[in-house]
Design a protein around this ligand. Sequence first.
Ligand SMILES: [Zn+2]
Length: 390
Amino acid sequence: MHPQKNTSHKLLKSINQQKVLQLIYTAGSISRVELAQKTGLSQQTVTNIVNRLLEEGVVYEGEHLPLEAGSGRKRIQLYVNSSNFYVIGIELAGKYIRGSICDFRPEVLYSAERRTEKYLNSEHLLQLLGEVIEELLDQSPDVARTRGIGVSVQGLVDSREGVLLRTPGIGFERIPVRAVLEQKYELPVYLENDANLLALNENMNGSLSDSVENITLKFDYGIGGAIVSEKRLISGSTFVAGEFGHVKAFTGKDAHLCLCGGVGCLTTLLSISGLGVTTGYTLDSLARAYHNGDEEVVRMYGAMVDALATTLSNAVTFLNPDRVLLTGRVLTAVRKDILSILTEKVQNNIPLTSRGVKLIHMERMPDETLLAARLVLKHVFEVPLEALGI
Ligand SMILES: [Zn+2]
């Protein structure tokens, strides 16, 4: 056979297999007849693929259900063997690296964590990351059935190349995490910024599933932002779109110098790290001072809420989203009714034409190691259309 023809035949075979696998996974359970209908493949092709997947233990056959009432024919449902395969999800944060080994459902089977006051340099970070991954691989029920590593990063990431661009504690330094980990563990590795990952997950099957245009903002140790348009993440030309933390938001006595070199950035008071550096307050001590009626803190908190409302109003005016998702520990640390305060201020601030927007608050942030595990699963079941240039 001509080598090129051989290659395209193999590619087509793998695309067909992925199509079948993706359908079984997303449907939960499906019969061979339905698979043929939905993929447009012949019954024989579907049977060949399913036999191969059964042999590899990737799928299994379930209960026999009647095809149609009174027909007497049976159909056999197929399921992905989700408890038989594993992925690793990692949360890379400013002061800790936490990871979980999960099955394909995904459910966490085992977790590991390393803490540090500060990453000394990139080698230190990679060493801690390696320790977490190795502990998880040791606990994996079957290393050969572990299919990839996903990393959620509280920092800036070039997700296409798998490179850290800015890491808490280290700053701007390109750290080629994917290349290092793929070489060491011979597993596919995927990296994504934490806010982007949260936005992707919420858009797929969470609180933004009925939204098309939205912004996700996370106010936690740092500030993270993600912009989604037509259900696609806007990453920007150098993967740093959505950097809301450095929006200029404070003036006068609240305009403090930011680590980025600018003055009055949102993050200088509205992130846990920024608040600590700028004022010495933690979220708890700030809330205590506010509720004790400390005049200066009450005034400063008012300025913080105004800055946040102005930033949100400008973002809504500029991008015209249908939803804005807000999350993170900073948001409700001082006042629990922050969502209604912000909603009122923003709605009064923005043009009439943008007032259809809805602010929503996610109180409990999902387990980031699970989101990172889902990132791997998304790729495991992805149909490689890109390979065809489609
Ligand atoms: Zn800044």
